[in-house]
Structures are given as structure tokens and as C-alpha cells.
Design a protein around this ligand. Structure first.
Ligand SMILES: *Cc1c(COP(=O)(O)O)cnc(C)c1O
Length: 468
């Protein structure tokens, strides 16, 4: 199994190199050269399998032998052992043929844990094999950062630097990042937006000397291993609802397009998915793209669903590559246009293909609060604001015999203020986080300036002192 860059001008790599590498040297994202398929019989067998075994089976199709299957299975068992629910990713029915897929039972209460807990173990394994260290520099709108910090804390191989937009994450999100005091953990508040943080990480990746000196690795949703790990819960939930005999649809609260792209991967692997519905908040670049055929960046508006307050949706480039038959030159042209003028138009044939498999819609703040209130009054369910964006969008789709699964991406207690305002109920933090507000915080505040950041990291990364 090898991987090519969406821009078509980088050498192909194997799984372990893609895992450590992040962005391709030509600026593109990696995709597998072919889609492995999972047979109907295998999908049916998932209905009675523990989640960790499903995850190991799905991920093993992509490793090309770089991770022995027995090692992978052991990693998956350990990655999901700490989850607070035995099913790991349980389904809850909320209405006629409507389901929520709860992805927030991991240590940091958001779906990012499902990928990150496995990613940390995969990286540690590969680095150990190679006798190397690595430095992770990641941008977060809130949830990726805490998931990464929790997954990598205490690692002897990896230092973690997490950039978050100062004052734009929820208090719970910030404290989950800033109260982890392990030596290898570095939380950095950037004076800017999430897109600024993401641009800083991209700029650092583009600095060859720096990237090599610190062995920079990416943990953002551009990391292919994260996407693959997320593919597992599309299979597990669909199998529970009767796949492969029965089709299933998914509505996904979307920001960087990693989660929903994992659904696309599941479909390419043979899972009978009817519709994949992209749900965005007021930052609706994807909804506008599907309506108008034009991807156009506008300013980011802060909302109650901050993990979706994104304009440049990194993984969308992967879907674009799929829709353009992996024409690297065509993808490069569109991305250059995005860099120069903040927009590109998608050729009509590609747009038609995308509309056949995806729909996209948005929910504003009033609709999101309304969806939280409705879930509480109609089904006694407390949904977090991200989940509520997707519930608001899914509610517009007529009920049919195809089950609609809405991804519930965060625990309501991660965003207590918004939930309380919409429902009158303040969701308590689960026991393992009850003292979060009494813990000591540690973080740096840095200007939105790539040079300042570079110095900060070079002075602290252990990999910078090792022989390259
Ligand atoms: C990250 C995140 C999202 C968006 O997921 P993408 O993969 O970036 O599209 C949605 N909800 C929550 C709670 C998140 O943390």
C-alpha cells in the first residue's frame, strides 16, 4: 500500500512515513493509491465484535505491513480501554429511525480521542523502531489539542507543541490543554484565530531546515492515520444498524473535513452509505461550495461550536482530488488560486460527482440552540453545540427507511454555558475531570509570528538536540 500526494509532485510513501510526515513536500495531502475493500461478510461480522477489534481490522487494511497485525490489535485494545463506555462509540436512538453516534466517551470528551489515542501509539511504535524522536506541532480550535496532549503526555519519543487561538476556546477546552504539566507538553496561546494557528503550522512545515532539525510531525486531521482510525466507527455503527444489508446515512458536524472524509473512505471501502451530509455552523464555506460550486474564504465568525469555526477546510483537498480523478496539476491550480485570491471554482463535472454523494447545509446560532432545546425536550438528550449543528441540519431531511446517524462529537459538559443557555440544564463534568478548575495552568502566549514560534520550539524540542 503506498500513498501519493494530492498535488502529484511528491514521491510516494508507505504508511509509516505518511504517519510521521504530515503534509507532502509539494504542499499536498496523502491519499492511498487504491481503496482496500471490506467484504459484506466482514461488515456483518462487525455487529458482534468489540470496537477495538473492528478498528484494528479496518486500520490493518492501510498499513501495508508497516505495523504487524498483532501489534496493531494490542494498540487498539489499549487505545480504547480507557473509554468510559464499554461500546466505545455507542448509538443512542433519538427519534424515528434517527440515531446519535456518541464519540465523546474518551479522556478529553470529544471524538478526537478516538483517533489520537491510536495515533500516539502508532507514532511511538514507529519512532521506537527507527530509534528516533519527533516534535509535534499542532493547531487546535480546542479539541484536537487536548486530545493530542492527553494521548502523548509522558511520551519519551515525542514533544508536543499545541497552538490554540487565545481566548477563543471554551474554558474547559483551554484547561484540558494547560493543566497537563508533563515536561513534553507545551501549550501555546497565539494572538489570533484558529486559521492563523493553522497557517503558522503550515509555514513551519514549509521551512525545510526547521522541519528536519526538530523532526516535525503533524497530528492535525491532515494526518492520514487519524482519518483511517475514524473510519472504524462508520463501520461499527452501520453494522449495528444492519449493514451491509441495509444502507445508512450520516450527518457530520464539519470543520476541517477530517471526520466526514473518514465516512467517504468507509464508502470507498464498500460500506453501503446512502448520504453523507456535511453540517456547518455560520462558518459555512462548505455549504456555500455545494450550493454555488465555488470555494470562497470569508472571515471566521466565532460561534458556540468553536471546533467548527474554520474557513480553510484542509481535508477538503482530499475530496477535491477524488472528484478530479487525482489530477495533481488540476488540484495544484485550484489551491494556488485559493492562495492568491482566496477562492476557486470547482469544474462542473467534479461538482456533479460531489453532489451525488454528499449534501451540505448550515445551521446558525439560533437554529443550533433550538436543536439543543428540542433534543432535550423531545428525547431527554443533552447535545453539545457541535452535535446540535448537525441535529439541526439532519432534522430538515425527511425521515425514511434509511437510518440517519448524526455524529455526536463532544460531551455536553465540554460546552456547559451554551448547553445551559439553550436547555436550562448545566451538564456536570464526568468524575475524572471534576477538579479541572482547581488545577494549576501552564502555557505561553506568543504573537502570530512564525519566527517567534520557531525560536520557542527549537529551544524546547528534545529532537532538536539529537543527530539528524
Ligand atoms: C474537530 C471537531 C469537529 C469537526 O471535525 P472535522 O474533522 O474538523 O471536520 C466537530 N465537532 C467537534 C466537537 C470537534 O472537536
Amino acid at each position: 500500500m503506498d500513498y501519493f500526494s494530492t498535488r502529484g509532485r511528491a514521491p510516494k510513501l508507505g504508511f509509516a512515513d505518511v504517519l510521521l510526515g504530515g503534509l507532502a513536500p509539494d504542499g499536498g495531502l496523502y491519499l492511498p493509491s487504491e481503496w482496500p475493500t471490506i467484504s459484506g461478510a466482514d461488515i456483518a461480522s462487525y455487529a458482534a465484535m468489540p470496537y477495538a477489534e473492528i478498528a484494528a481490522d479496518v486500520v490493518s487494511r492501510f498499513t501495508g505491513g508497516d505495523i504487524p497485525d498483532a501489534v496493531l490489535l494490542d494498540m487498539c485494545r489499549k487505545a480504547y480501554a480507557g473509554f468510559a463506555h464499554r461500546a466505545v462509540a455507542p448509538l443512542v436512538q433519538t427519534g424515528p429511525n434517527a440515531w446519535l453516534l456518541e464519540l465523546f466517551h474518551g479522556p478529553t470528551l470529544a471524538f478526537k480521542d478516538l483517533a489520537m489515542q491510536l495515533l500516539a501509539r502508532l507514532m511511538d511504535y514507529v519512532l521506537d523502531q527507527r530509534g528516533r524522536r519527533a516534535t509535534i506541532v499542532g493547531a487546535t480550535s480546542g479539541d484536537t489539542g487536548s486530545a493530542a496532549i492527553e494521548a502523548f503526555r509522558g511520551s519519551s519519543k515525542v514533544d508536543v507543541f499545541i497552538l490554540f487561538p487565545k481566548g477563543r476556546t471554551s474554558e474547559v477546552q483551554q484547561r484540558q490543554m494547560t493543566t497537563v504539566l508533563d515536561d513534553n507538553v507545551h501549550a501555546i496561546a497565539i494572538e489570533g484565530s484558529f486559521d492563523d494557528c493553522q497557517a503558522l503550522v503550515k509555514a513551519l512545515f514549509a521551512r525545510d531546515r526547521f522541519r528536519e532539525r526538530v523532526s516535525m510531525a503533524a497530528i492535525n486531521s491532515i494526518n492520514w492515520a487519524r482519518i483511517v482510525a475514524q473510519t472504524a466507527y462508520y463501520f461499527s455503527s452501520a453494522a449495528s444498524l444492519g449493514a451491509p444489508t441495509r444502507k445508512v446515512s450520516f450527518t457530520v458536524p464539519t470543520g476541517n473535513f477530517g471526520d466526514i472524509f473518514a465516512g467517504h473512505v468507509a464508502r470507498r471501502m464498500g460500506l453501503p452509505i446512502d448520504r453523507l451530509v456535511i453540517a456547518t455552523n455560520r462558518n459555512d464555506i462548505l455549504a456555500r461550495t455545494f450550493a454555488e460550486g465555488r470555494y470562497e474564504v470569508r472571515g471566521v465568525v466565532p460561534t458556540e461550536s468553536p471546533s467548527m469555526d474554520i474557513q480553510v477546510s484542509s481535508n477538503f483537498e482530499r475530496l477535491l482530488s477524488e472528484a478530479l480523478d487525482h489530477d495533481g496539476a488540476a488540484v495544484t491550480r485550484l489551491m494556488q488560486s485559493l492562495g492568491q485570491s482566496g477562492a476557486f471554482s470547482i469544474p462542473e463535472p467534479a461538482m456533479e460527482r460531489l453532489r451525488r454523494e454528499f449534501s451540505a447545509d448550515r445551521a446558525d446560532e439560533t437554529e443550533t440552540a433550538g436543536a439543543m432545546a428540542a433534543a432535550w425536550s423531545d428525547s431527554g438528550y443533552l447535545a453539545d453545540p457541535h452535535t446540535a449543528v448537525a441535529l439541526a441540519v439532519a432534522a430538515r431531511i425527511p425521515v425514511s427507511d434509511v437510518p440517519m446517524v448524526t455524529l455526536s462529537t463532544a460531551h455536553p459538559a465540554k460546552f456547559p454555558a451554551a448547553v445551559e443557555e439553550a436547555t436550562g440544564v448545566r451538564p456536570p463534568l464526568p468524575p475524572h475531570l471534576h477538579d479541572l478548575f482547581g488545577r494549576q495552568e501552564r502555557y505561553s502566549v506568543l504573537a502570530n509570528d512564525v519566527r517567534v514560534l520557531e525560536h520557542h520550539i527549537e529551544a524546547r524540542a528534545r529532537a532538536a538536540t539529537q543527530e539528524a
